[in-house]
Design a protein around this ligand. Sequence first.
Ligand code: SF4
Length: 232
Amino acid sequence: GSQLTQMAKPLRDAGVSRLNISLDSLNSQIFKSLTRTGDLSRVIAGIDAALAADFRHTKLNCVVLKGRNDTEVVDLVRFAIDRQLDISFIEEMPLGVITEHQRNESYCSSDEVRARLSEAFTLIESAESTQGPSSYWQITEAPNIRVGFISPHSHNFCGSCNRVRVTVEGRLLLCLGNEHSSDLKQILRSYPADSERLDRAIREAMTLKPYSHHFETNGDVQILRFMNMTGG
Ligand code: SF4
Protein backbone atom coordinates (compact mmCIF):
# COMPACT_ATOMS: atom_id res chain seq x y z
CA GLY A 1 0.00 0.00 0.00
CA SER A 2 2.76 2.43 0.84
CA GLN A 3 4.19 2.25 -2.70
CA LEU A 4 0.99 2.30 -4.73
CA THR A 5 0.87 6.02 -5.42
CA GLN A 6 3.90 5.41 -7.65
CA MET A 7 3.40 1.75 -8.53
CA ALA A 8 -0.35 1.26 -9.09
CA LYS A 9 -0.41 2.31 -12.72
CA PRO A 10 2.83 0.55 -13.78
CA LEU A 11 1.65 -2.65 -12.08
CA ARG A 12 -1.75 -2.43 -13.77
CA ASP A 13 -0.11 -1.72 -17.13
CA ALA A 14 2.12 -4.78 -16.60
CA GLY A 15 -0.97 -6.99 -16.30
CA VAL A 16 -1.47 -7.34 -12.53
CA SER A 17 -5.22 -7.35 -12.04
CA ARG A 18 -5.87 -7.72 -8.32
CA LEU A 19 -4.21 -6.63 -5.11
CA ASN A 20 -4.33 -7.48 -1.42
CA ILE A 21 -3.50 -4.42 0.65
CA SER A 22 -2.74 -4.60 4.36
CA LEU A 23 -4.72 -2.09 6.44
CA ASP A 24 -4.74 -2.87 10.17
CA SER A 25 -6.00 0.42 11.56
CA LEU A 26 -7.54 3.76 10.61
CA ASN A 27 -5.84 5.49 13.51
CA SER A 28 -2.46 6.84 12.36
CA GLN A 29 -0.76 6.29 15.76
CA ILE A 30 -2.01 2.71 16.08
CA PHE A 31 -1.17 2.08 12.43
CA LYS A 32 2.37 3.28 12.99
CA SER A 33 2.82 1.19 16.10
CA LEU A 34 1.40 -1.98 14.49
CA THR A 35 3.49 -1.62 11.33
CA ARG A 36 6.53 -0.06 13.08
CA THR A 37 7.18 2.39 10.23
CA GLY A 38 3.89 2.77 8.41
CA ASP A 39 2.33 6.06 7.39
CA LEU A 40 -1.46 5.64 7.27
CA SER A 41 -2.13 8.61 4.98
CA ARG A 42 0.33 7.23 2.45
CA VAL A 43 -1.34 3.81 2.45
CA ILE A 44 -4.81 5.33 2.06
CA ALA A 45 -3.49 7.40 -0.86
CA GLY A 46 -2.11 4.13 -2.26
CA ILE A 47 -5.50 2.42 -1.94
CA ASP A 48 -7.10 5.32 -3.80
CA ALA A 49 -4.37 5.13 -6.45
CA ALA A 50 -5.21 1.44 -6.95
CA LEU A 51 -8.88 2.34 -7.38
CA ALA A 52 -7.97 5.04 -9.90
CA ALA A 53 -5.77 2.55 -11.80
CA ASP A 54 -8.80 0.25 -12.19
CA PHE A 55 -7.65 -2.83 -10.31
CA ARG A 56 -10.46 -5.38 -9.93
CA HIS A 57 -11.35 -7.20 -6.71
CA THR A 58 -8.83 -5.37 -4.55
CA LYS A 59 -9.02 -6.69 -1.01
CA LEU A 60 -8.01 -5.15 2.29
CA ASN A 61 -6.40 -7.42 4.88
CA CYS A 62 -6.52 -6.70 8.60
CA VAL A 63 -4.85 -8.78 11.32
CA VAL A 64 -6.99 -8.24 14.42
CA LEU A 65 -5.30 -8.00 17.82
CA LYS A 66 -7.25 -7.70 21.04
CA GLY A 67 -6.49 -4.45 22.83
CA ARG A 68 -4.81 -2.94 19.76
CA ASN A 69 -7.23 -2.67 16.83
CA ASP A 70 -10.19 -4.95 17.64
CA THR A 71 -12.45 -1.97 18.38
CA GLU A 72 -11.89 -0.67 14.84
CA VAL A 73 -13.36 -3.54 12.83
CA VAL A 74 -16.71 -1.78 12.21
CA ASP A 75 -14.92 1.38 11.03
CA LEU A 76 -12.67 -0.70 8.77
CA VAL A 77 -15.71 -2.32 7.16
CA ARG A 78 -17.27 1.14 6.70
CA PHE A 79 -14.02 2.24 5.01
CA ALA A 80 -14.25 -0.80 2.71
CA ILE A 81 -17.92 -0.06 1.93
CA ASP A 82 -17.10 3.58 1.09
CA ARG A 83 -14.58 2.38 -1.50
CA GLN A 84 -16.49 -0.74 -2.54
CA LEU A 85 -13.61 -3.03 -1.58
CA ASP A 86 -13.62 -6.51 -0.06
CA ILE A 87 -12.02 -6.86 3.36
CA SER A 88 -10.67 -9.87 5.27
CA PHE A 89 -10.01 -10.15 8.97
CA ILE A 90 -7.17 -12.47 9.93
CA GLU A 91 -6.26 -14.25 13.15
CA GLU A 92 -2.61 -13.61 13.98
CA MET A 93 -0.28 -16.51 13.27
CA PRO A 94 2.71 -17.33 15.52
CA LEU A 95 5.34 -16.43 12.93
CA GLY A 96 8.60 -14.87 14.12
CA VAL A 97 9.74 -13.87 17.61
CA ILE A 98 8.16 -10.62 18.79
CA THR A 99 8.45 -8.56 21.96
CA GLU A 100 5.83 -5.86 21.44
CA HIS A 101 2.79 -7.88 22.51
CA GLN A 102 1.89 -11.22 24.04
CA ARG A 103 0.24 -13.30 21.36
CA ASN A 104 -1.74 -15.38 23.83
CA GLU A 105 -3.28 -12.16 25.23
CA SER A 106 -3.92 -10.45 21.90
CA TYR A 107 -5.54 -13.42 20.17
CA CYS A 108 -8.90 -12.37 18.76
CA SER A 109 -10.96 -15.08 17.08
CA SER A 110 -12.94 -14.57 13.90
CA ASP A 111 -16.12 -15.35 15.86
CA GLU A 112 -15.37 -12.39 18.15
CA VAL A 113 -14.80 -10.10 15.16
CA ARG A 114 -18.06 -11.29 13.59
CA ALA A 115 -19.93 -10.66 16.83
CA ARG A 116 -18.67 -7.06 16.83
CA LEU A 117 -19.62 -6.56 13.20
CA SER A 118 -23.08 -8.03 13.83
CA GLU A 119 -23.80 -5.12 16.17
CA ALA A 120 -23.57 -2.74 13.18
CA PHE A 121 -24.38 -4.88 10.12
CA THR A 122 -26.50 -7.83 9.05
CA LEU A 123 -24.08 -10.58 8.08
CA ILE A 124 -25.09 -13.56 5.97
CA GLU A 125 -22.72 -16.45 5.38
CA SER A 126 -21.87 -16.85 1.72
CA ALA A 127 -21.23 -20.12 -0.09
CA GLU A 128 -18.84 -18.24 -2.37
CA SER A 129 -15.21 -19.32 -2.44
CA THR A 130 -12.13 -17.86 -4.10
CA GLN A 131 -10.09 -21.05 -3.56
CA GLY A 132 -8.24 -19.05 -0.94
CA PRO A 133 -8.33 -19.43 2.82
CA SER A 134 -11.10 -16.86 3.48
CA SER A 135 -14.64 -17.82 4.35
CA TYR A 136 -16.89 -15.06 3.06
CA TRP A 137 -19.90 -13.28 4.45
CA GLN A 138 -22.19 -10.78 2.73
CA ILE A 139 -23.43 -7.61 4.34
CA THR A 140 -27.10 -6.94 3.66
CA GLU A 141 -26.50 -3.19 3.89
CA ALA A 142 -23.65 -3.34 1.30
CA PRO A 143 -24.31 -6.25 -1.09
CA ASN A 144 -21.41 -5.45 -3.42
CA ILE A 145 -18.63 -6.17 -0.96
CA ARG A 146 -17.56 -9.32 0.84
CA VAL A 147 -16.20 -9.64 4.35
CA GLY A 148 -13.75 -12.51 4.66
CA PHE A 149 -12.41 -14.32 7.71
CA ILE A 150 -9.08 -16.10 7.71
CA SER A 151 -9.08 -18.24 10.82
CA PRO A 152 -5.97 -20.41 11.10
CA HIS A 153 -6.66 -21.05 14.81
CA SER A 154 -10.40 -21.26 15.20
CA HIS A 155 -11.35 -22.75 11.80
CA ASN A 156 -8.26 -24.48 10.46
CA PHE A 157 -8.38 -24.58 6.66
CA CYS A 158 -5.19 -26.58 5.98
CA GLY A 159 -7.24 -29.47 4.59
CA SER A 160 -8.24 -27.43 1.54
CA CYS A 161 -5.06 -25.34 1.23
CA ASN A 162 -3.53 -25.07 -2.23
CA ARG A 163 -1.13 -22.22 -1.39
CA VAL A 164 2.60 -22.13 -2.00
CA ARG A 165 4.80 -19.04 -2.05
CA VAL A 166 8.05 -18.00 -3.71
CA THR A 167 10.39 -15.86 -1.62
CA VAL A 168 12.51 -13.06 -3.10
CA GLU A 169 15.44 -15.47 -2.79
CA GLY A 170 13.78 -17.94 -5.13
CA ARG A 171 12.83 -20.50 -2.50
CA LEU A 172 9.47 -22.20 -2.95
CA LEU A 173 7.79 -22.42 0.47
CA LEU A 174 5.21 -25.15 0.72
CA CYS A 175 3.48 -23.94 3.88
CA LEU A 176 3.31 -20.89 6.15
CA GLY A 177 3.44 -23.03 9.26
CA ASN A 178 6.29 -25.38 8.33
CA GLU A 179 9.82 -25.11 6.94
CA HIS A 180 9.35 -27.45 3.95
CA SER A 181 10.74 -25.76 0.84
CA SER A 182 12.51 -26.24 -2.46
CA ASP A 183 15.34 -24.07 -3.84
CA LEU A 184 14.17 -22.96 -7.30
CA LYS A 185 16.93 -20.37 -7.66
CA GLN A 186 19.59 -23.08 -7.56
CA ILE A 187 17.83 -24.88 -10.45
CA LEU A 188 17.45 -21.65 -12.42
CA ARG A 189 21.12 -20.80 -11.95
CA SER A 190 22.38 -24.30 -12.76
CA TYR A 191 20.10 -24.90 -15.75
CA PRO A 192 19.06 -21.44 -16.97
CA ALA A 193 17.49 -22.59 -20.25
CA ASP A 194 15.81 -25.75 -18.94
CA SER A 195 12.22 -24.76 -18.16
CA GLU A 196 11.15 -28.41 -18.08
CA ARG A 197 13.51 -29.10 -15.20
CA LEU A 198 12.08 -26.14 -13.33
CA ASP A 199 8.55 -27.30 -14.06
CA ARG A 200 9.42 -30.78 -12.77
CA ALA A 201 11.00 -29.37 -9.62
CA ILE A 202 7.85 -27.36 -8.85
CA ARG A 203 5.63 -30.41 -9.38
CA GLU A 204 7.87 -32.63 -7.27
CA ALA A 205 7.91 -30.02 -4.50
CA MET A 206 4.14 -30.42 -4.15
CA THR A 207 4.71 -33.84 -2.61
CA LEU A 208 6.51 -32.04 0.25
CA LYS A 209 3.49 -29.90 1.06
CA PRO A 210 2.72 -30.57 4.74
CA TYR A 211 -0.63 -31.80 5.92
CA SER A 212 -1.17 -29.00 8.39
CA HIS A 213 0.33 -26.34 10.62
CA HIS A 214 0.74 -26.87 14.37
CA PHE A 215 -0.18 -23.37 15.52
CA GLU A 216 -1.23 -22.85 19.14
CA THR A 217 -2.72 -19.74 20.73
CA ASN A 218 -0.55 -20.04 23.86
CA GLY A 219 1.98 -17.52 22.53
CA ASP A 220 4.67 -20.04 21.57
CA VAL A 221 6.47 -19.20 18.33
CA GLN A 222 5.95 -21.98 15.80
CA ILE A 223 8.05 -20.63 12.94
CA LEU A 224 10.99 -18.24 13.21
CA ARG A 225 10.39 -16.82 9.73
CA PHE A 226 8.52 -13.52 9.74
CA MET A 227 5.72 -12.97 7.25
CA ASN A 228 7.70 -10.24 5.45
CA MET A 229 10.42 -12.84 4.72
CA THR A 230 7.80 -15.11 3.22
CA GLY A 231 6.12 -12.44 1.15
CA GLY A 232 2.42 -12.26 0.55
S1 SF4 B 1 -1.19 -25.98 5.01
FE1 SF4 B 1 0.27 -24.39 5.61
S2 SF4 B 1 0.03 -22.74 4.12
FE2 SF4 B 1 -1.78 -24.04 3.98
S3 SF4 B 1 -3.30 -23.16 5.36
FE3 SF4 B 1 -2.18 -24.69 6.56
S4 SF4 B 1 -0.50 -23.53 7.50
FE4 SF4 B 1 -1.30 -22.24 5.85
